[in-house]
Design a binder for this molecule. Sequence first.
Ligand SMILES: [Zn+2]
Length: 153
Amino acid sequence: MAMIKCPECGRDISSKAVSCPGCGTPISPRSPSQLFKSPGTAAVLSFLIPGLGQIYNGQIGVGIFAGALTIVMYLACLMFLSFDIPNYGGLIFGILGVFMHIFCISDAYKTATKMNESANAAPVVERVVPAVEQHPIDATIQEYESWKQSQGK
Ligand SMILES: [Zn+2]
């Protein structure tokens, strides 16, 4: 079990505790700053390097796959453009590459937005605190664990 420092009194407490046993300061089980994904940042990252926004969102597999596919399309486009014989390969793969690139950007934006919405929907400190005040800390941790299981985590 990981230990963290209470922001108020500095005492070492369990990272699973919902409040400090020493001073009663509520501890968020999941810090909002850790959960928050900036949709703008995700979109810009996928614009700079296709798939990077997905990796920023934690979708590493999707990011590598979609990013690699986009880059392969661009490389195929350049390859066809380099041929001496006129052909439509450059145009076709160029359009496919741009299409994949736009998908990476908009998907990164939408996914980050969705992640923030689901993070905000879960009760964090506010709804957990009253139980902390009524029960001993161990009972509160058990309640939090069963709540977490009921959330399907
Ligand atoms: Zn404390």
